[in-house]
Design a protein around this ligand. Structure first.
Ligand code: IPE
Ligand code: IPE
Ligand code: MG
Length: 244
């Protein structure tokens, strides 16, 4: 039998950045004859577990896709319940997250969110900015094409003003103009619910991420599923275009 210390030596380090497309709340609820919002409520409990699991596993960045810019197309009643849950989560969890050493950040189009939610987000970012146990990035009202478009606009403005020479625009410059500036790109993207698509999530940043699609619906996703996905990640051979 291996000793604990030799096990530790042979366990590869976790992916630095795990990003999750948390999908399947509605189907989880519908399968039980419950309202979709009940599925979202259960999904919020999964978020708590996954944050805990990520800290335990030593993940440094966890990005959660909470609400896409396209999700604004949903019925007003569902949006309003989702925003209500978000308010609740932010009010209830910030203190506990802060105590666990979680630094919170938000990406996505804030002007589309209600003023009080924007205030809660800003408070959470301010209150947790010194924490280092886990960087929790929540994508709200987020769309990658919109993020890239905004980055192009801001680079164009800097070129027009003479602050930036167009010949110096490279991948680093583009990355620095995205909302994720300064963060490492995701190593692993997990999507639950059996759908195998990216749905406008971090399109630039996932260029070389490993993608793991699992059938489990988000409310049923567990710390063990997170570990399984990370184990799957470790079995992959990341070649980045080079030979193995
Ligand atoms: C994910 O669950 C949560 C959000 C997109 C806000 P869904 O609400 O998309 O659940 P399904 O895909 O309809 O089952
Ligand atoms: C993606 O899920 C967005 C989030 C998980 C927040 P959707 O349920 O909105 O994606 P599609 O519509 O199935 O692509
Ligand atoms: Mg969905």
């Amino acid at each position: 039998m291996k000793s604990v210390s030799s096990l530790r030596e042979t366990t590869p380090p976790p992916p630095v950045h795990v990003a999750i497309i948390m999908d399947g709340n509605g189907r989880w609820a519908q399968g039980r004859g419950r309202s979709r919002i009940e599925g979202h409520r259960r999904g919020m409990e999964t978020v708590r577990e996954v944050v805990k699991g990520s800290i335990e596993l030593g993940v440094e960045y966890l990005t959660l896709y909470g609400f896409s810019i396209e999700n604004w197309k949903r019925p007003a009643a569902e949006i309003s319940s989702l925003m209500g849950l978000l308010r609740l989560y932010l009010r209830q969890e910030i203190k506990a997250l802060d105590q666990r050493g979680v630094r919170m950040r938000f990406i996505g189009q804030r002007p589309l969110l209600a003023d009080d939610i924007v205030s809660l987000i800003e408070e959470a970012e301010e209150q947790t900015k010194g924490n280092t146990a886990l960087n929790l990035v929540v994508a709200l009202s987020y769309g990658a094409r919109q993020e890239i478009t905004a980055a192009v606009q801001s680079v164009a403005r800097r070129v027009a003003s003479g602050e930036l020479d167009d010949s110096t625009i490279d991948e680093t410059v583009i990355s620095q103009h995205l909302e994720t500036a300064g963060m490492p790109d995701p190593d692993l993207v997990i999507r639950t619910s059996g759908e195998q698509r990216i749905s406008n999530f971090l399109l630039w940043q996932v260029a070389y991420a490993e993608l793991v699609f699992i059938d489990t619906l988000w409310p049923d996703f567990s710390q063990e599923d997170l570990r399984d996905a990370i184990n799957e990640y470790h079995r992959r051979d990341r070649r980045y275009g080079a030979t193995g």
